[in-house]
Design a protein. Structure first.
Length: 118
């Protein structure tokens, strides 16, 4: 059974930082590209960042470039999202995603709430 468990969300003031973690089990983690998405109230889920299976390639939404950093530790089956200079518009539920471009398998975590106060 595949599980993606996010942690690290919370309440932070604008300008502050948070680090999200997502630990995977039940899948060959190092074979999966990993990503973070977010969904604000009343809005559709949107892409935030992704990282290739070896970590050699990273991609970011324009809205977070220069502020967020995605990384992974394949030995720990964990992907991270370091979020700096947070803004109120970053408030959302953040979801971890695992995708295999070989098999098409796609998994989601349960989400973690990030709230940025102004």
């Amino acid at each position: 059974q595949v599980q993606l468990v996010e942690s690290g969300g919370g309440l932070v003031q604008a300008g502050g930082s948070l680090r999200l973690s997502c630990t995977a089990s039940g899948l060959p983690f190092s074979s999966y590209a990993m990503g973070w998405f977010r969904q604000a109230p009343g809005k559709e889920r949107e892409f935030v960042a992704s990282i290739s299976w070896r970590g050699g390639a990273t991609y970011y939404a324009d809205s977070v470039k220069g502020r967020f950093t995605i990384s992974r530790d394949n030995a720990k089956n964990t992907v991270y999202l370091q979020m700096n200079s947070l803004k109120p518009e970053d408030t959302a539920v953040y979801y971890c995603n695992a995708i295999s471009f070989t098999t098409g398998a796609n998994y989601w975590g349960q989400g973690t709430q990030v709230t940025v106060s102004s």
